[in-house]
Design a protein around this ligand. Structure first.
Ligand code: PLP
Length: 473
């Protein structure tokens, strides 16, 4: 058998090939921000008396998490080694009981849907408006949250994603006021915003906006290993006893010390170095000057006033739309490849370049110059607005739909039937359809549009792109 390269050699070679990583993790493999991550077997431990225990921290880990709590301004903070995913599962389970109603902004990460499934919750979805010329979800408006509570005063928990993958922020202060007025709790998925509130030019974190519980992925924008995250308890509405139990359910019983060292080092670096965010921030300020020269490509949030569907925006996410030019998202990604730039996500009509603490004017400048050149070489085009999302009707609980007998149909023939699987387009895993939802003609036409535009769908059960698993009748 031909001996293939080891993963170690493969990634080392790729790392050294001069690529510009416009994707997670946030350290971007830059030595100046990731020295604390140069870890060896000498620091790989298990929970012995001397090394503390993440699941019952009394020593060095407790002290480190206290520093983290001070940095973000929470009541108490917990490092996570299974990503924001485990924080979302544990947090939702902590704040609900089986059968409770939970308000969810529909553009939530798949872990939120998985929590609904596992905890047997009744979801009340709020669909943020689409921003038509960018084809992305806008903010979740306080008025929409208020309307959901009016229709369902017994909602126990609201889960809002802010910022989104593309950097859209919601009015968390406004939403918190409404949620608390109705005696419910607010959990903010801030997985993409661990940097928020840590520099005056970044937006405020939900930790300081009235949320009760906030989860952040350290690895997405800050210098800490992939899988590291942090869960902030911000009010007495969260029982830390229940939370500790749920973290024990959803998180490994052998937390990795190398991951924890990277989280601890990340917190200390930010606390100790006042200028820590300067290179990244200066790079972004430079980007805004270049972005103003673009004629056909458009970068969300970098062209004057925000569209009315967006409350605010995290400028570290660069969503570049090809809607006004003769390129598609995949074609733009291909052109960026020629400049050795790897992007985080490619959509039918755009790409997402994700910046992080390891970025500076050098890396962001390469992206900006590439965009200016690509923009000069492409032509204007009048494209149709991207199809909007409709909120499908939930016919039965997701877990019921997953446990039922199912059959596979073409998407067209499935109209009117009830889905028995999740359907996702692109990362970041926001489902177009969840199990238990009735398939509409609008859903079928959105799927057709995505397939015509070269977007592959990810599904739990059916194999072919134009098929779907439905509850067998
Ligand atoms: C909005 C959102 N929330 C949560 C997560 C899960 O984060 P993690 O990968 O740290 O588990 C993601 C992952 O991409 C995400 O996009």
């Amino acid at each position: 058998m031909e001996k293939k390269k080891s993963l170690h050699s493969y990634l080392t070679e790729y790392s050294q090939s001069g690529r510009i990583p416009m994707h997670m993790p946030g350290h971007k493999r830059v030595r100046a921000v990731s020295e604390h991550m140069h870890i060896s077997a000498m620091q790989d431990f298990t929970e012995i008396a001397a090394t503390d225990n993440l699941h019952d921290a009394q020593g060095v880990l407790r002290d480190s998490m206290a520093l983290a709590s001070e940095l973000w301004g929470s009541l108490r903070s917990y490092y996570l080694v299974n990503g924001s995913t485990c924080g979302i599962l544990a947090g939702i389970r902590t704040l609900t009981k089986r059968g409770d109603k939970i308000l969810v902004s529909r553009n939530a990460h798949k872990s939120v849907f998985h929590a609904i499934e596992l905890c047997g919750l009744a979801p009340i979805f709020v669909l943020p408006p689409q921003i038509p010329e960018f084809g992305i979800c806008g903010s979740c408006a306080p008025a929409a949250v208020e309307a959901a509570f009016k229709a369902h005063p017994d909602i126990r928990l609201a889960v809002i994603t802010s910022p989104t993958y593309e950097g859209i922020l919601s009015d968390i202060e406004g939403i918190a006021e409404i949620v608390h007025k109705h005696n419910a709790a607010l959990f903010v998925d801030e997985a993409h915003g661990a940097h928020l509130g840590l520099h005056p030019t970044f937006a405020k974190s939900a930790v300081k906006c009235g949320a009760d519980l906030v989860v952040q992925s350290l690895h997405k924008t800050l210098p800490a290993f992939t899988q590291t995250a942090i869960l902030h308890v911000c009010s007495a509405r969260v029982s830390t006893k229940r939370l500790a139990h749920q973290l024990a359910v959803f998180e490994t019983s052998s937390p990795s010390y190398p991951l924890l060292i990277s989280a601890d080092g990340c917190v200390r670096k930010i606390l100790e170095d006042e200028a820590f965010f300067e290179p990244w921030r200066i790079g972004l300020a430079g980007f805004s000057i270049w972005a103003s020269q673009l004629q056909k490509l458009r970068v969300f949030g970098y062209e004057g006033d925000l569209p009315k569907e967006a409350f605010a925006f995290d400028e570290t996410k660069l969503y570049i739309s090809t809607h006004g030019c003769d390129l598609t998202g995949p074609q733009l990604a291909e052109k960026l490849e020629e400049y050795k730039i790897d992007v985080e996500m490619v959509t039918a009509q755009g790409v997402l370049a994700m910046t992080g603490a390891g970025d500076s004017i050098e890396s962001i400048g390469v992206l900006a110059e590439a965009l200016v050149q690509i923009d000069a070489a492409c032509s204007f085009a009048q494209k149709k607005d991207l199809p909007g999302l409709d909120l499908p009707v939930l016919a039965c609980a997701p877990e019921q739909a997953l446990e039922a007998e199912f059959a596979v149909f073409t998407v067209q023939d499935s109209i009117g039937k009830v889905s028995a699987e999740y359907v996702w387009a692109y990362p970041p895993g926001i489902p177009l359809l969840i199990p238990g939802e009735r398939i509409s003609a609008e859903f079928a036409s959105s799927v057709n549009w995505l397939l015509e535009n070269g977007v592959a769908l990810h599904k739990g059960r059916s194999k072919e792109n134009d098929e779907i698993a439905v509850i067998a009748s």
